[in-house]
Design a protein around this ligand. Structure first.
Ligand SMILES: [Zn+2]
Length: 243
């Protein structure tokens, strides 16, 4: 997950990054973070801490609309470019709930990754967005995003967000009814449902020359005739063939 693009400025080194510590207040907690790391990865923090209209008072800034759980993950990524593991509980006294952030495979739950992406979107951290997408691409089939995650994403990210597109594409690729939630179905965003329709339509158009695909999506009248049994269904098909 490291940034290997030679055109990008090198990440700050710990030995050279000691010049300033920023205190970031999230809820009731204060995080002490090297300013160089914040400003290196995020134009948002660069503007807030160094820009001409900086809104942070000297060395201190407060963030709203973010949970300490998400900010913990962000800080971990900021220093390591890795996502946390179940053994790295950052809470001061150790919180049993911390482990619920991870799936059985030890990877962060998709919902947590999505929260991290939304944070990276609102606090302009492009490399973090890229790392989250890489993680999600690796395992969307084993940890499919829940309806709750879809509703959260579509309500908080703009229409042009690549994550919205990714979630639509992942549902088209492999939708598992095991995640179905009847109560939340009604709250699924229209943009998501319409996105799934469009994605299927685009793919069918693209694959139209493929006989197998055409057959899978072909429309057969008997599928809609409400025949009482297969014998009646067969009879109807024969009759129509003779016409
Ligand atoms: Zn029929």
């Amino acid at each position: 997950m490291s940034d290997t693009d030679p055109s990008k400025p090198r990440r700050p080194s710990f030995s050279a990054a000691a010049r300033a510590i920023t205190i970031v207040k999230v809820k009731q907690r204060s995080y002490y973070i090297h300013q160089d790391f914040l400003t290196h990865y995020s134009p948002y923090f660069r503007a807030a801490l160094e820009g001409p209209f900086k809104d942070a008072e000297e060395g201190v800034m407060s963030l709203s609309n973010v949970s300490t759980c998400t900010f913990d993950m962000f800080v971990n990524w900021l220093y390591t470019q890795e996502f946390p593991t179940p053994d790295e509980d950052p809470t001061p006294l150790g919180d049993p709930a911390y482990r619920t952030n991870f799936g059985r495979d030890g990877n962060l739950m998709t919902e947590n990754l999505i929260d991290l992406y939304i944070f990276a979107d609102g606090h302009d951290t492009p490399l973090l967005r890229r790392d989250v997408i890489n993680q999600m691409c690796q395992r969307y089939w084993s940890q499919q995003p829940s309806y709750k995650a879809i509703i959260n994403t579509f309500s908080r990210l703009s229409k042009s967000s690549p994550l919205r597109r990714f979630l639509i594409d992942s549902y088209c690729n492999d939708f598992n009814m095991g995640i179905d939630d009847i109560e939340l179905r009604a709250l699924l965003p229209n943009d998501c449902l319409f996105g799934v329709m469009l994605r299927h339509a685009d793919k069918i158009l693209e694959l139209n020359g493929d006989k197998k695909v055409c057959e899978a999506y072909a429309l057969h009248p008997c599928d809609y005739h409400e025949h009482a049994n297969t014998a009646e269904d067969e009879q109807c098909k024969m009759k129509r063939r003779r016409l």
